[in-house]
Structure formats: structure tokens, C-alpha cells
Design a binder for this molecule. Structure first.
Ligand code: GDP
Ligand code: MG
Length: 407
């Protein structure tokens, strides 16, 4: 009996241990998954509790002063919550993407022609100046007064108009006025530092801000398409968390361009989404992260503070980011664009402007005002709603178009 026991006991012990080990190996990952899912859910709930307000209330959404930024507390549990439906763009590349050529200075993508609206601008500026000077033999006080009226009526900002007027005064003859204006305008644009866009920092983080409807999300989609075509891995962050439709709009662009999408819950904290997007991009070795944000009026201090927080929280994950903060301005805005640039730069240091809807406006001249008054380079211009309708801003092309009368 005791012999039998001495044989059976070790065997039973062995069998039991083996069984336990199998359970552990099989069960452990599931336990991890479950705890992650639970953590993610809890994070989402925490986020929802943190930002229950349906967004656009005029009251500033307060950031608890003493507590560490909530993103950090949310972060360890967040990954699963943040990217529930990332298109599998980064890992299994959807199509073989060509290696980006290490071109030192890529050729700018020039607008084929400064279409539509800029033609109207020509009507407003070059055409009118031409018309009033035509047939005049001398550049007398009367002629200059008329030039002055045109310049000040061109919605380009007072300082800009004054400076152009100076250039016109200095022109020797009526025929010299337009070339003089063109030179002065180009000087204004050239005076703005235009550091090369360095998409080399990995990832290159681009924060996109602006008022409602200026074209932020559309421009982000166009940029994503461009960078994807260059073979770059792109992550889009749906930081406009106020409306579900805004998240979906960016999701469509992500799908269309083969970019990864990092999104949160509607009503969630945009800073958390931005943080997770940068984290995700670093983990995946993505090249570019573009962070969309909700439109906001530059006069809404609460929302401007929120923007500052987004930038601050991005820096927690990547201290030198955002590498680029682009203000998207509707070209129809005219001089108010200058105010927007001034006010937004108080919240987040801007590095450049995207000027949209130049296909439909006569107010493109405000580019000069922006250069003069805020010293910000225009990086890109939108001249249509299509995916290809985003171009690099080339100052010489722009100025030539602005001051060359049609015909
Ligand atoms: N004509 C034209 N429409 C544009 C351009 N850029 C954006 N839009 C349109 O402007 C509207 C608002 O754009 P959206 O990207 O949603 O603006 P957001 O609120 O700043 O994100 C949409 O109907 C866009 O199609 C452009 O360069 N030209
Ligand atoms: Mg948008």
C-alpha cells in the first residue's frame, strides 16, 4: 500500500503542476487582455468624468491646478482606448511604398497657376492700379492719392498698405509703380524667416489650429495624402473631440490616405488624444503625427487655454514637439487673419500659416499683412477642396500673380 502511494503521489503531484502550468500559459494573456480592456474602459470613463461638458460652453474648461495633468494618469491605461479602429496602415504596409529619396531640398509643390480667387485679387489690386495709372504721364500727387485709396481698400492691413505706398511714391513714373509694388511685396515676404520643414525628427509632430470652418481637417487630409505619397507613415490625431462628426471626418481622411488614426471618445480630452497619438507614433516608428483640433475663436480664453494644454501635454511625451504649429486661415478672412494669428500665437507659438480657399477669394493679399504684422511664413495654400489642392506657398509666384494684371 505504502509502495503504491509512494508511486502515485509524485505522479499526481506532477500531473497537477502540469495542469496548473497550462492554465497559466493559456489564461495569462487573456487575463492581461481583460485587465487592459478593463483599464481602458476605466480610462475612458475617467476621461468622460473629467470632461463631461458638451464642449463649447463659454466657460473655460478648468485644468485642475494642483493635480498632475490628467493625461499622464490616463496614459498607462489608455492605448487600447485610444486606437480602437486604427487602419492597419503602419504595420502591414497596404501597398509597397517607395523609399523616400533623401533629397536635400525637395522642389516645392507649386500651384500650376494662382487660380480663381487670386484672379479676383488681381482685379482688386493690379488691375485697379493699372487702370488708374494708364494714360498718366506723371506720378503726381493725384495719382498717388488714387494708389493710396486702392491699397488701403485692399484689405491687406494698414502697415502693409503704408509700406507699399512708400514704394509707389519712390517709383519714378506711373509705369514704374507696379514693378515697385511687386518688389516691395516680395521683400516683405522674404523678410519672414522660412525655416525648412524638417520632417526628419521622428516623429515630426504638427499641431493644426484655427477658427471653425477654416479648413483644418481638410488641409490635414491633403497633407496626409502628400506625405503618404512620399512613403511616410502618418498618424492623424482626432483632437477635435467636441463633435463625433469631426472625428469621423478625420477618420475618412485617415482611411483614404492610409494613415493611422488615434481617436478618443467624443467629449474626451483633446490633450489626451494628442499625447496618445505621439506615443503611438513613437512606438510604431511613424514619420509624422498631425494633430487636428476643434475650431475656436481667438477670443475664447477657455478654449485658447485648452490649446496651450494640448501643446504642453504633447511636450510631456516628446519635449521638442510640436515641431510645427500651423494656423489654418480662411483666405476670405481678410485682415481678421492678422488678429487670429496674433491671438493664437499667444496660446501656442505658431510656426506657420496655411491659407485656404484661395480659389474663391479676392483677399489673398492678406498674406502680406500676415508677413508684416506677425512675421509668420505661409507654408501652404489651399486652392480647392480636392485632395491635391494644397500647394507650397512660393512667394515669388504669389507676388507675381497678385501684381500682374490679367490679359
Ligand atoms: N473651396 C475650398 N474649400 C475648402 C478649402 N479648404 C477647405 N475647404 C472647405 O471648407 C469647409 C470646412 O473645412 P474643414 O476642413 O471641415 O474646416 P475645419 O472646421 O477648420 O476643420 C469644407 O467644406 C471644406 O471642403 C479650399 O482650399 N478651397
Ligand atoms: Mg475640423
Amino acid at each position: 500500500m505504502s509502495e503504491l502511494l509512494s508511486v502515485l503521489l509524485p505522479a499526481l503531484t506532477l500531473a497537477f503542476c502540469a495542469g496548473a502550468a497550462v492554465t497559466f500559459v493559456v489564461g495569462f494573456p487573456r487575463a492581461v487582455r481583460q485587465s487592459r480592456a478593463r483599464a481602458a474602459r476605466e480610462a475612458a470613463e475617467r476621461a468622460a468624468r473629467r470632461a463631461p461638458a458638451p464642449a463649447r460652453s463659454p466657460a473655460p474648461r478648468s485644468e485642475p491646478a494642483a493635480a498632475p495633468p490628467p493625461v499622464v494618469t490616463a496614459e498607462p491605461a489608455a492605448p487600447a482606448a485610444v486606437a480602437p479602429t486604427p487602419p492597419p496602415a503602419l504595420r502591414p504596409a497596404p501597398e509597397p511604398v517607395p523609399e523616400p529619396a533623401p533629397a536635400p531640398a525637395p522642389e516645392p509643390r507649386r500651384a500650376p497657376d494662382w487660380l480663381g480667387g487670386l484672379r479676383k485679387s488681381r482685379g482688386a489690386l493690379a488691375g485697379r492700379i493699372d487702370a488708374l495709372l494708364r494714360g498718366r504721364a506723371e506720378l503726381d500727387a493725384g495719382a498717388l492719392e488714387e494708389v493710396e485709396a486702392v491699397l488701403f481698400g485692399a484689405d491687406i492691413g494698414v502697415r502693409t498698405a503704408e509700406q507699399l505706398l512708400e514704394a509707389a511714391r519712390a517709383a519714378g513714373s506711373p509705369g514704374e509703380v507696379r514693378p515697385a509694388l511687386e518688389r516691395a511685396a516680395l521683400e516683405m515676404l522674404d523678410a519672414v524667416p522660412q525655416p525648412a520643414i524638417d520632417v526628419a525628427s521622428s516623429p515630426h509632430v504638427v499641431l493644426v489650429v484655427g477658427v471653425n470652418g477654416s479648413g483644418k481637417t481638410t488641409s490635414i487630409g491633403k497633407l496626409a495624402a502628400r506625405w503618404r505619397a512620399e512613403g511616410k507613415a502618418v498618424v492623424l490625431a482626432a483632437g477635435d473631440t467636441y463633435r463625433a462628426a469631426a472625428i469621423d471626418q478625420l477618420a475618412v481622411w485617415a482611411e483614404r490616405t492610409g494613415a493611422d488614426l488615434v481617436r478618443g471618445e467624443p467629449g474626451g480630452d483633446p490633450a489626451a488624444v494628442a499625447f496618445d497619438a505621439v506615443k503611438h507614433a513613437r512606438a510604431e516608428g511613424a514619420d509624422v503625427v498631425v494633430v487636428d483640433t476643434a475650431g475656436r475663436l481667438q477670443t475664447d480664453q477657455g478654449l485658447m487655454d485648452e490649446l496651450a494644454k494640448v501643446a504642453r501635454v504633447i511636450r510631456k511625451e516628446m519635449p521638442d514637439a510640436p515641431h510645427e504649429t500651423l494656423l489654418v486661415v480662411d483666405g476670405n478672412t481678410g485682415q481678421n487673419a492678422i488678429r487670429q494669428a496674433q491671438e493664437f500665437s499667444r496660446a501656442v507659438p505658431l510656426t506657420g500659416i496655411v491659407l485656404t480657399k484661395l480659389d474663391g477669394t479676392a483677399k489673398g493679399g492678406v498674406v502680406l499683412g500676415i508677413a508684416q504684422e506677425v512675421s509668420l511664413p505661409v507654408r501652404y495654400v489651399g486652392i480647392g477642396e480636392g485632395v491635391d489642392d494644397l500647394y507650397d506657398f512660393v512667394a515669388a509666384d504669389f507676388v507675381r500673380a497678385l501684381f500682374t494684371p490679367e490679359g
